[in-house]
Design a protein. Structure first.
Length: 94
């Protein structure tokens, strides 16, 4: 079993690594977060996608400052107005 304190440490490290969100393979990049916080082993991020930035979101990539891919998810989110997305990352032992 991995100790909860170590999982929290890994979560804080992941939080520090994530610098931007890239949508649809580079169609739109977000570098400003409304919320980015760690609680135990849960990282929560909130960010805005302005109306007109993209018509829909089909892929969300979390990237480091130097462009290293950290996480990628295929999704489908239509964007008709400014949209606030809440993204969570849970660090778990598997």
């Amino acid at each position: 079993m991995i100790e909860p304190n170590y999982l929290a440490e890994l979560t804080a490290y992941t939080n520090a690594k994530i610098a931007k969100v890239v949508l649809n393979g580079g169609a739109y990049t977000i570098e400003q977060f409304d919320l980015k916080q760690v609680a135990a082993n849960l990282l929560t991020m909130e960010y805005r996608v302005p109306a007109g930035a993209v018509t829909d979101i089909t892929r969300i990539e979390l990237m480091s400052a130097n462009g290293q891919l950290i996480s990628a998810n295929n999704v489908y989110v239509p964007i008709t107005t400014e949209t606030i997305l809440k993204h969570t990352v849970k660090v778990l032992e598997v």
